[in-house]
Design a protein around this ligand. Sequence first.
Ligand code: SF4
Length: 132
Amino acid sequence: MTGKYQRISLIFKTSRLTDNGDGINVSVEFHAAEYQLQMQCYSEAVRRMIPNISEVKATLQFLQPIPSLEYEYPSSMISEASSNQQIQAVMNRIGRCGSDPVSFAASTGKQCLRCTFHDLCPEGSAYLSNKT
Ligand code: SF4
């Protein structure tokens, strides 16, 4: 591939937003906070997959009730430093709970039915085989 990526936008489509009387912006902010770590992980993955990328943007695109409603994360929030700091903090919390963030037991259940990684997961594959 030739050329240089100047910028990548990450768009994550979500389900319906609801206005509980505080205005739709409150709902947008709530969901943005909920997805923050996930978007930081995506941002960091893009930076690692495309070395020397000059800019990464992370945008949530809400499909309902307003199809064009978007939330763009501040660049400071999805920066390499901020993303790595948050990811490391979660890994540390997992470690403090006594779990190994790299090697852990699979938790099978009905979620395996829609998991796109079941071909790579022996436990999930076994669970699904026993279901059929
Ligand atoms: S298939 Fe494996 S990775 Fe997917 S949900 Fe089930 S246990 Fe988890």
